[in-house]
Write a protein that binds this ligand. Sequence first.
Ligand SMILES: Nc1nc2c(ncn2[C@@H]2O[C@H](COP(=O)(O)OP(=O)(O)OP(=O)(O)O)[C@@H](O)[C@H]2O)c(=O)[nH]1
Ligand SMILES: [Mg+2]
Length: 307
Amino acid sequence: MLLRPRPFLLQVLTPLPFSRAPLAVRRTLSAPAAAAAGAAPRGDAPAPARTRHKNSRKAEPPRVPANTALFFPPGVERDADVTAEMVIPGSNIVVGPYAGDARVKEAEFIGCSAHARDCPKDDRPEFAVLGRSNVGKSSLINSLTRRKEAALTSKKPGKTQTINHHLINKSWYLVDLPGYGFAAASKTARMDWSSFTKGYFLNRDSLVGVLLLVDASVPTQQIDLDCANWLGRNNVGLTFVFTKCDKVKKGKGGRPDENIKEFLENIGSLYPRPPPWIMTSSTTGLGREGLLLHMSQLRNYWDNEAT
Ligand SMILES: Nc1nc2c(ncn2[C@@H]2O[C@H](COP(=O)(O)OP(=O)(O)OP(=O)(O)O)[C@@H](O)[C@H]2O)c(=O)[nH]1
Ligand SMILES: [Mg+2]
């Protein structure tokens, strides 16, 4: 089996594989890339939205928690002097030298697989989109690809039941997975969802990383922490993607920024180094460009260095 170093393993008690040549990160190197992602010229919070979405009560995207711990991508030294322009808006992700063309020019649905062994056999890098049922996995894929129905969405949980491969720009895959954590199911049954997806995570050599989606419109759910824990213990690199950041519910536990802060506090103890995270909304497009840019740097590192 071909073993490739994954670019952003989280339980990194050994040196990361990407501490290469020192990098003058203050140079223009990453600033244009951050600008391409829509980086605000100053500050670490996303620029306020100018229009209200008809379905959301609030126009302003949630603010990044203060003193947020940064994620340093491949090619950026951990103690690098990072300026606000180099951080993707609404995230803790620093843009590094591997960031490249993040555009989605073409997206093609390749097929669905019931088992890991049935997935496409080529070596193209892929990102798996994972999260609770109804968290917005299929919607995120549609938003990233700008296709309304690239992946089928539904208000009813459990819509996606197979491993679905979408080929992007003929060069990499986005993979839609079944959701976990039906509220109605027992705890055992809930974690059992993964008997076949677990095989996928453990055996998929071309998996660059997992986008673990977390619903920012509700307080921290134990099952998301359990999933993050399982992936971490199995050396699967992940990025937390907060979804539904446009959605503000009335009452306690209804504010995305508070829920995100609470979630980050909860996972803080799980990881010795801060994992990457980003705020998104498939409804307003918040975080789309930034997430694509982040994936480009992981992918380019994978393509160039990890073979
Ligand atoms: N307000 C808001 N609603 C969203 C967002 N993303 C998804 N939704 C809604 O959430 C519901 C579930 O979305 P899906 O994309 O089907 O969720 P999923 O995670 O693929 O669900 P399963 O396939 O059942 O696991 C749909 O009604 C979406 O319209 C978002 O960013 N904001
Ligand atoms: Mg789905």
